[in-house]
Design a binder for this molecule. Structure first.
Ligand code: COA
Length: 254
């Protein structure tokens, strides 16, 4: 498996790390495949009691690798769909520790975490409108469920940056910590969880999530259809080209 994503079982806590800091942990096709494998295996593995998701370096993740769409032989959408489902269906507690930038899929994954701890450097963005795209990872449902319809709509429509303070006040994260304390704090909480019997934690997770699962499935289906309409559209191509050329996109006249 690629070393762009790492996993290590530490006393029942599976620490999963996005490990591509030079690209702000942008999620490559190999990483999507890795996410799927890791979470599917972790569900089956009784030595894993809970998972802690984090990012190497100063950022959690800048989301989908925007250069991966042109990778030969890969079907990025299928890889993404499989990974998204594996995380959404993960049946044990999922804790996240996030710092710096958290964008696109590097943000929507958090809406499936049971508890998110953030560094004071955390900043999150849902850039779908600015990329000419639609929401993904069931976020069109999960964000509303987590923080309410109007707050979710504001973040999707404006594609604004949300800082740690706002994320805390809206309930996107549970707690904000100094960056240097983030990992140790999240790990201590994950260890606190991992002391309990895995089957009890599974049943609790099932009870907490069962109301959401069918809605997530419907949302993912609708999102995939919307994404198929928008991906590769002129505005999407302009947004991606502008990012690669390090300039502002120009959507007027398209
Ligand atoms: N896909 C591919 N490459 C990415 C990337 C992504 N999602 N995010 C960052 N990178 C690359 C940059 O191209 C750059 O590569 P280079 O050093 O070869 O030029 C490197 O990572 C560093 O990123 P840079 O943009 O210079 O860092 P920054 O600190 O100025 O900004 C972000 C950080 C996260 C705000 C910015 O990189 C960004 O907006 N990324 C795109 C996020 C996005 O739209 N994701 C898609 C979600 S659907």
């Amino acid at each position: 498996m690629t070393d762009q994503i790492l996993s290590e079982n530490i006393d029942g806590v599976l620490v999963v790390t996005f490990n591509r800091p030079e690209k702000k942990n942008a999620i490559s096709n190999a990483m999507w495949a890795g996410i799927c494998d890791i979470f599917r295996s972790a569900s089956e593995d009784s030595s894993v009691v809970c998972a802690l998701l984090c990012g190497a370096g100063d950022n959690f993740s800048s989301g989908v690798d925007l250069s991966g769409f042109s990778e030969e032989g890969a079907d990025p959408q299928a890889l993404f769909n499989a990974a998204a489902l594996a995380v959404a269906e993960f049946d044990k507690p999922l804790v996240a520790a996030v710092q710096g930038a958290s964008v696109g899929g590097g943000a929507t994954v958090l809406f499936h975490a049971d508890i998110v701890y953030a560094a004071d450097t955390f900043r999150m963005r849902l850039p779908f409108a600015s990329l000419g795209l639609a929401p993904e990872w069931g976020s069109s449902y999960m964000l509303q469920a987590n923080i309410g319809a109007q707050r979710a709509a504001e973040l999707f429509y404006t594609a604004e940056w949300v800082d740690a303070e706002k994320a805390l006040s809206q309930g996107i994260v549970a707690q904000v910590l100094p960056a240097e304390e983030l990992f140790d704090h999240a790990m201590a909480k994950a260890r606190e969880i991992a002391q309990w019997p895995v089957n009890a934690l599974r049943e609790i997770k099932r009870s907490l999530r069962m109301h959401h699962l069918s809605a997530i499935e419907i949302a993912m289906q609708a999102e995939q259809e919307a994404m198929a309409r928008q991906a590769g559209s002129p505005e999407n191509m302009e947004a991606i080209t502008a990012f690669m050329e390090k300039r502002a996109p120009n959507f007027r006249g398209l």
